[in-house]
Design a protein around this ligand. Structure first.
Ligand code: ATP
Ligand code: MG
Length: 429
């Protein structure tokens, strides 16, 4: 036998039992987003490599060391498996002129790819729900996006997810802060780790995002961006906070929240839990007013967030909300050649009436078929032998009522009898 192949490291199979959580999660997400007027957009998983370099920034962890980039061997094109969704969404917005004379509220759900060190809550193929709003300049949309997150956690039955907020101001304000920051870190050059020393020349703000414990004290005492914001930026930030207070959403301002992507300005936020160890950020986002223009479109204010599906599913599992295993309404058992053909028709007929039917496949004795029927969780077994096939009848057995007798019914009456029972037992609950 040849060696069995395995999934690529950091890329997971989501098996049916786990996938049940994913379905519930996605249903909740879609319901919540719909309630706020967001519409789905579906985007490619592969984009031209320059898109990410221009959007995310050359000097970011993602572009420097996490991208799955390759040359298409058929035509020499430089391509990348998307590490995040905003760049592709903005590309589509520009390409299809979606923001001309109208605002857009969009979302997508799908896989992202980053070559990181796999660990709990950190994978190489992971999934995000991305939400983007285009054409809104005011703090109201920032607050709406945050409120929507809060509602989603409630819908999912999750608590203890805390909101952190910061403002990155505008590029000129960041430039002034950058000067102060560089001066500060140069003064303490001996305390910088290797990564930070490199960043000092290229992207000093990102030093503040360092995850190295030895750097924390130094970063905590660094000059704060918020002290360099002008009146307009402060007013925007205050506007977001006011709407959050009105809505009763608690938050902490974290002056060190800078985000790992270069395109943000003004509001940035993260939703963080302490229940997942080091990988505690379940959702992150902010405003990126400059990105559309930077990628060749007309200036368009924008704000959005991405949430980490794996991390949220881990939280849901931890909270114990086990979804009921899917059970069909009917398990259809049959024996004999005529019965098999009859059973196919009966199953389709029941499905036409809206019932979920698991049709037995693979033959075998009635006894073993009925064991499978029971194990499937079906409410009813419908049993068809050659006699029933000849007379257009079927046996109906209630699998969930101890000692209930098997009844013979005409095939045409089956659906009504089953549906009647299902409604009655719903009422009893
Ligand atoms: P981190 O600081 O954890 O690396 P990030 O700032 O790189 O996160 P974003 O690019 O903002 O993350 O992505 C938004 C969300 O997507 C994160 O908050 C997280 O929940 C999730 N996420 C990011 N990278 C991964 C990954 N490799 N595996 C699983 N989830 C991830
Ligand atoms: Mg990261």
């Amino acid at each position: 036998m040849s060696q069995a192949l395995q999934a690529v490291r950091g890329m997971n199979d989501i098996l049916p039992a786990e996938a049940a959580f994913w379905e519930l999660f996605e249903e909740a997400v879609r319901g919540c987003l719909k309630a706020y007027g967001y519409r789905p957009i579906r985007l490619p998983v592969v984009e031209p490599t320059p898109l990410f370099k221009r959007a995310i920034g050359e000097v970011t962890d993602i572009v420097e060391k996490e991208m799955y980039s390759f040359i298409d061997s058929l035509n020499g094109e430089a391509l990348t498996l998307r590490p995040e969704g905003t760049a592709g969404c903005v590309r589509a917005l520009i390409e299809h002129n979606l923001a001309a004379r109208q605002t857009q509220r969009l979302y997508y759900i799908g896989p992202m790819f980053r070559h990181e060190r796999p660990q709990k809550g950190r994978y190489r193929q992971f999934h995000q729900v991305g939400v983007e709003a285009f054409g809104f300049a005011g703090p109201d949309i920032d607050a709406e996006l945050i409120l929507m997150g809060a509602r989603l956690w409630a819908d999912l039955g999750l608590d203890g997810i805390e909101l952190q907020l910061n403002s990155l101001g505008q590029p000129e304000e960041r430039a002034r802060h950058r000067e102060a920051l560089v001066a500060y870190f140069e003064q303490h050059g001996d305390q910088l780790d290797e990564d930070s020393r490199r960043r000092l020349a290229t992207n000093p703000l990102r030093i503040l995002d360092s995850k190295n414990p030895a750097m924390q004290a130094l970063c905590a005492a660094a000059p704060r961006l918020i002290d360099h914001l002008g009146a307009e930026s402060l007013a925007h930030f205050e506007g977001v906070q006011r709407l959050l207070r009105d809505a009763g959403i608690p938050f902490t301002i974290n002056p060190r929240l800078v985000r790992g992507l270069d395109y943000y300005n003004l509001t940035v936020f993260e939703w963080v839990t302490d229940k997942l160890g080091a990988q505690g950020t379940v959702c992150a986002g902010g405003r990126y007013d400059g990105l559309v223009e930077q990628l060749g479109g007309k200036p368009t204010p924008a704000c959005g967030f991405a949430l980490g599906v794996e991390r949220l599913i881990a939280l849901i599992r931890e909270a114990g909300g086990e979804p009921a295993p899917p059970a069909p309404d009917v398990y259809l058992a049959h024996q004999g050649e005529a019965a098999a053909r009859h059973a196919f028709r009966v199953a389709e007929g029941l499905r036409d009436q809206g019932l979920d039917v698991l049709l037995h496949c693979g033959g075998g004795a009635f006894k073993s078929q009925l064991k499978k029927a029971d194990a499937s969780g079906a409410a009813f077994a419908v049993i068809i032998g050659d006699d029933e096939a000849a007379s257009g009848a079927a046996q109906l057995k209630n699998l969930r009522q101890e000692g209930s007798a098997q009844r013979q019914l005409k095939v045409d009456d089956l659906a009504e009898a089953i549906i009647g029972h299902l409604i009655d037992s719903d009422d009893e609950e």
